[in-house]
Write a protein that binds this ligand. Structure first.
Ligand SMILES: O=C(O)C(=O)Cc1ccccc1
Length: 314
């Protein structure tokens, strides 16, 4: 079998790189760094990559809206891209500075840092630490935490990056303070995406490469993500749509919304639901999608995969 091509948000040493390399750890895979999540989606749609590993939500900070916007696919750019797996990564952030700038470490820190860099996802995960020690200090969003470490390694001003210990080593910068995340259990759930038309990944559907836990088939929950929009002027339209999930025995596990950008104040709903497969419910998702097509302005099946939290919710 040819080597798999796995797209992730680069440069190397980003959290997405870590998630990609851990989730495809045992497979023969080439990891392909991308400048943005959109580039990773494009690489998949054009079949220049077999999989993409993209952050979807964080246990401290909630949903990753950039990812929801790409899944919303308002311009039909990624029509063949679907979710086929997930991976949970515990995320520890460090405050990184150019090598040698603070020889006495955090204990001797004199408050001289004037600018902070990181990926937008990271600010909200380190809120308590930042408001205690860096209130009012300029913050600059950059394309990834690894990019932030790279910038700081070259800057002559007193600046700092929020990134991983791994990124510190990779870009040869110092760790001024580690574990600055608000919560020790700070975890990001990454989605593994594939192009449904790509034959070379078909056999891996529903399988997470290198699954951290391996529950038996009977106790594995399958999750499905479906997006839809409804006519907000009809009373009960959302309730009717959600009742379809219940009617087919699909357990709702999360709901997100993003603006539809078709009309002001209309939303795209992203509903995640779970089911433990059985003979009775094997067509539940297909049936629910058929019913949803009648009850919504549009709906889209964004894929089904195995739950890696190992919870049996049916
Ligand atoms: O910027 C990175 O390293 C990413 O991969 C995005 C991200 C940022 C913070 C937590 C998890 C993922």
């Amino acid at each position: 079998m040819e080597r798999l091509r796995v797209a992730f948000l680069g440069p190397r040493a980003s959290f997405s790189h870590q998630a990609a390399s851990e989730s495809f750890g045992t497979a023969a895979a080439d990891l392909l760094p991308q400048v943005s999540f959109a580039d990773a989606f494009t690489a998949l749609q054009q079949q220049e990559a077999d999989y993409a590993v993209i952050p979807f939500e964080n246990s401290t900070n909630g949903s990753v809206v950039q990812t929801l916007d790409l899944l919303a696919d308002r311009n039909d750019l990624y029509k063949d891209v679907k979710v086929c797996g997930e991976y949970y990564l515990t995320v520890h952030h460090c405050l990184l500075v150019r090598k040698g700038t603070y020889p006495s470490g955090w204990a001797g820190y004199d408050g001289s840092i004037t600018k902070l860099y990181t990926h937008p996802q990271a600010w909200g995960q380190c809120d308590t630490f930042l408001s205690q020690h860096f209130k009012g200090i300029e913050r600059q969003d950059v394309s990834s935490t690894s990019k932030a470490a790279e910038i700081v390694s070259r800057e002559t001003e007193r600046s700092a990056a929020i990134a991983s210990r791994f990124a510190a080593k990779f870009h040869d910068v110092d760790v001024l303070k580690e574990n600055i995340e608000d919560r020790a259990d700070n975890t990001t759930r990454f989605l593994i995406l594939r192009n449904v038309l790509a034959g070379r990944t078909a056999q891996l559907e529903l399988e997470q490469p290198n699954a951290p836990t391996a529950p038996s088939e009977a106790e594995t929950t399958h999750k499905t993500l479906i997006s839809f929009a409804i006519d907000h002027s009809a009373p009960g339209a959302l309730a009717d749509a959600l009742l379809i999930f219940k009617a087919h025995g699909l357990n709702l596990t999360s709901i997100n919304t993003r603006p539809s950008l078709r009309r002001a104040w209309q939303y795209i709903f992203f509903v995640e639901c779970g089911r433990t497969p059985s003979d009775e419910n094997k067509d539940a998702v297909l049936k629910a999608l058929n019913d949803l097509r009648q009850a919504t302005e549009f709906c889209r099946d964004l894929g089904t995969w195995k739950d890696q939290l190992g919870t049996n919710i049916a």
